[in-house]
Ligand binder design. Structure first.
Ligand code: FAD
Length: 345
């Protein structure tokens, strides 16, 4: 593999039913940073059927080029034809970096494609940078560094450590990235990208899985990743019923209620509301951590919030080290008072 042939930062622009998933815009935001450091272009890969009209949106969110693979075979997501399309794009255009969202689709597509094109994949990354990678583990090369590598960071060993992983010998350097971690740029209205139509060639009468019916699950819960204000409760809240005081505060502030895993495990909150490593990554303008100790697995999902306010009766709780403001005391007294004060304003 001649690594020099591989150029540019590519992102997979996931769409379903002609709607681009937010993760594509988040990946474009990160791709712009990486491309600036490497002095290269950002390319979005758009795969589907009747989706060419979506390319302009990707340009507005930072794509210099959009490669469009538009074929009736790609109407609904199926591993085989989508993996074929993305692998062929990689074989033809040779990206240096290929980013895919760690969504249900991306977690299926990313590893399938990386195996096909013969490269590695770091799954579920929470941070990406360009930097030097030391080859300390290679006998005879211990003092060497590989320059300008994609340094892919993700929690490892059950979240007890953070691993930085590189792929120094293969291209593209591939990773799936957690939704909600990277930041999209402010869209630039009317921005244009070069659009390249690409046909990966589908074999007629192939034996792809046939989809008979698509049944959509309508979630009755709110999407905490979209909330601007989150009032999050943990084991310290004490009971399902007591989450009412958090809901009152959230209502007064125009926010939503979320929780730690302990509250979910106790059956006080639905799993959809869990923030953290095995829950959702959130980045609201204001995050209240109420009766939450601040375990590393929880903090991994909320530390990028603009403003963090912690309420905890234990002044040594680790949550105070990530909080911008901390209130030490009993949440049962503090939260209702806060709600009254907000309502009075
Ligand atoms: P606790 O740690 O029990 O903390 C409760 C806090 O409430 C304490 O600090 C206490 O001082 C305070 N408190 C008690 N009563 C009051 C009161 N009256 N007033 C004010 N404060 C009070 N956790 C997550 O949250 N999200 C995840 O995604 C996640 N993923 C995980 C993945 C793995 C692989 C593992 C091993 C763990 C994961 N965890 C996750 C669990 C995590 O390690 C913690 O156990 C969990 O976050 C603790 O939740 P908590 O802070 O609500 O409870």
């Amino acid at each position: 593999m001649n690594l020099e042939e591989y150029k540019g930062v590519f992102i997979y622009a996931q769409q379903v039913d002609n709607q681009i998933n937010n993760i594509a815009f988040e990946l474009l935001g990160k791709a712009r940073d990486l491309a600036k450091t490497l002095d290269t272009q950002v390319t979005a890969v758009l795969v589907g059927s009747g989706i060419r009209n979506l390319a302009d949106q990707l340009a507005e969110y930072g794509a210099d080029r959009v490669i469009v693979v538009d074929d009736p075979e790609l109407k609904d997501y199926r591993t085989e034809p989508y993996a074929h399309a993305l692998s062929e794009v990689i074989n033809k255009f040779k990206p240096e970096i290929m980013l895919v969202g760690a969504t249900a689709i991306g977690r299926d597509l990313g590893p399938t494609v990386s195996a096909r094109v013969g490269t590695g994949l770091t799954a579920d990354c929470t941070s990406l940078d360009i930097g030097d990678f030391p080859l300390v583990a290679r006998p005879g090369h211990e003092d060497e560094q590989k320059h300008n590598q994609l340094l892919m960071t993700r929690p490892a060993f059950g979240g007890n450590t953070i691993a930085t992983i590189a792929c120094p010998d293969n291209r593209p350097q591939m990773s799936t990235v957690r939704p909600g971690v990277m930041q999209a740029i402010q869209p630039i209205k009317g921005a244009k990208a070069e659009i390249i139509d690409f046909n990966p060639g589908f074999t007629p009468n192939n034996k792809y899985v046939e989809i008979e019916d698509v049944v959509k699950v309508v979630s009755e819960t709110v999407d905490i990743q979209k909330a601007k204000i989150l009032v999050s409760g943990g084991r310290g809240v004490g009971s399902k019923e007591n989450f009412k005081i958090l809901q009152d505060l959230a209502d007064a502030l125009g926010g939503e209620v979320s929780s730690s895993r302990a509250a979910v495990d106790n059956g006080w909150m639905p799993k959809d509301m869990q923030v953290g490593q095995t829950g959702k990554t959130v980045r609201p303008q204001v995050y209240f951590a109420i009766g939450i100790s601040g375990a590393i697995q929880h903090v991994a999902g909320m530390e990028e919030s603009d403003l963090i306010i912690a309420i905890n009766k234990d002044e040594t709780a680790p949550i105070f080290s990530v909080a911008d403001y901390g209130i030490v005391g009993d949440l049962n007294k503090i939260v209702p008072r806060l709600t009254e004060m907000v309502k009075a304003r």
